[in-house]
Design a protein around this ligand. Structure first.
Ligand code: FO1
Length: 320
C-alpha cells in the first residue's frame, strides 16, 4: 500500500471477493471505484439460481453484473433501473406465475443466458460474455458451473426452495435447517481455486453467511483453499448493531443457534478468516470477536452510497 499525502493508492494487489447478492455488489462497486479493476475477481454464489418460465435465472450473478455495469435499480439493489413490466402484466392476465418479478429488460438477460447454456456454453463462459458486453473489467466467476440449490426446512412446511422462502414468503417464516442440493457433486468453476491461490487478499463480502457464503465455501476444495490462506482472509460483517441491513441473516443466526450479532459471524468464520470488519456500533463486542480468534477491525460499514462503500473497501484493504 502506498500513501501519497492524504490519498491512499491501493497498488495492484490481486483481490478475490467471495460474494452473494446486494451487499456484495455494493462492496465490489466501492472497491472498483479506486482499485485497478482487472486485479479484482468476484466468486459469486450460484445456489440461489433457479428455473422459471423455462429460463435459467442467476439472481446473485445478475445483481453483481447490473451493479458493476451501472444498470442496477437503486431502490431494490437488484433488477434493472428504468425497468418496464409489460411482460409481467401480460403474464398476470394469462394467470402465469408473477411472484418473482422479472422486468422486460431483465428478461433479455435470462433469455440470452438460457439460449447460450442450451447451446452448450458453461455458466462461466456466459457470465464472461455478459460482463464483457456490459463493460465490466473485473472478473466475475460463478462459484460452480454445476447446479447447486439452497433449500430451507421451514417450520410446518418441510424443505422449500430458496426463492420460495426468500421472495414468495418474504423470508417471514422460521427455519429449522438448510441444505445445498447438488453440492457434493459440484466442482469449483475452472478459475475459482486459482483465483483464491493467487489472490494477495481474500475478502468475504458482507453477505448472508448461511445462504450466500456457505454455498460457495462448501463446494469441494474451496473452504480448504481459503483456510490455507487464513492470514490473508478478511471478512466484513453483514450484521450491524445486531441486525442485518437487508435480508434474513439476523433471524437465521438466531434460528440456527448462533448469537445474532457480530460474535455469531465471528464464530462462523473463525477457521476461515484472520480478521473481521465490524461497525463502530458494534465496537463494544470487539473483545468477544477477538475471543473467537478473529482480529476485530472497526470502521463504518453501512454502504448507504457508493462513496461510503469505497471508504469501507479502502479500510478493508488497508488492514491486510
Ligand atoms: N427479490 C425480491 O425480493 N423479489 C423479487 O421479485 C425479486 C426478483 C428478482 C429478479 C431478478 C433478480 O436477478 C433478482 C431478483 N430478486 C428479487 C432478488 C433475489 O432473488 C435475491 O436478492 C437474492 O437471490 C438473494 O441474494
Amino acid at each position: 500500500m502506498v500513501t501519497l499525502g492524504s490519498e491512499v493508492v491501493s497498488g495492484d494487489r490481486r483481490v478475490t471477493v467471495i460474494a452473494g447478492g446486494v451487499g456484495a455488489a455494493k462492496f465490489l462497486r466501492g472497491l472498483l471505484y479506486f482499485h485497478p479493476n482487472d486485479s479484482v475477481t468476484a466468486l459469486v454464489n450460484v445456489a440461489d439460481d433457479f428455473h422459471l418460465h423455462g429460463l435459467s435465472i442467476s439472481p446473485d450473478l445478475d445483481t453483481v453484473t447490473y451493479t458493476l455495469g451501472g444498470l442496477v435499480n437503486p431502490e431494490t439493489g437488484w433488477g434493472r433501473a428504468e425497468e418496464t413490466w409489460r411482460v409481467r402484466q401480460e403474464l398476470a392476465r394469462l394467470g402465469g406465475e408473477t411472484w418473482f418479478n422479472l422486468g422486460d429488460l431483465d428478461l433479455a438477460l435470462h433469455l440470452y443466458r438460457t439460449q447460450r447454456l442450451s447451446n452448450g456454453a458453461t455458466l462461466t463462459e456466459v457470465t464472461k460474455e455478459i460482463s464483457t458486453k456490459l463493460g465490466i473489467e473485473a472478473r466475475l466467476l460463478p462459484a460452480s458451473d454445476q447446479q447447486i440449490r439452497t433449500q430451507l426446512k421451514v417450520q410446518d412446511q418441510g424443505w422449500v426452495d430458496f426463492q420460495n422462502y426468500f421472495v414468495a414468503q418474504q423470508h417471514d417464516v422460521a427455519i429449522e435447517a438448510l441444505r445445498f442440493e447438488g453440492i457434493e457433486q459440484a466442482l469449483p468453476g475452472p478459475e475459482v481455486i486459482t483465483s483464491l491461490r493467487e489472490a494477495d487478499i481474500i475478502i468475504i463480502a458482507p453477505s448472508n453467511p448461511f445462504v450466500s457464503v456457505m454455498p460457495v465455501l462448501e463446494i469441494t476444495g474451496i473452504s480448504e483453499t481459503v483456510k490455507e490462506r487464513k492470514d490473508d482472509v478478511i471478512a466484513v460483517s453483514p450484521i450491524v448493531g445486531g441486525a442485518a441491513l437487508k435480508g434474513p441473516a439476523s433471524r437465521m443466526l438466531q434460528e440456527l443457534g448462533f448469537e445474532s450479532s457480530v460474535v455469531g459471524i465471528a464464530s462462523l468464520y473463525r477457521e476461515l478468516a484472520g480478521a473481521l470488519v465490524i461497525d463502530h456500533l458494534d465496537s463494544g463486542l470487539s473483545s468477544k470477536v477477538e475471543s473467537e480468534g478473529l482480529r476485530p477491525v472497526i470502521t463504518d460499514t453501512i454502504m448507504s452510497d457508493p462513496k461510503r462503500a469505497a471508504a469501507l473497501a479502502k479500510a478493508v484493504l488497508e488492514e491486510i
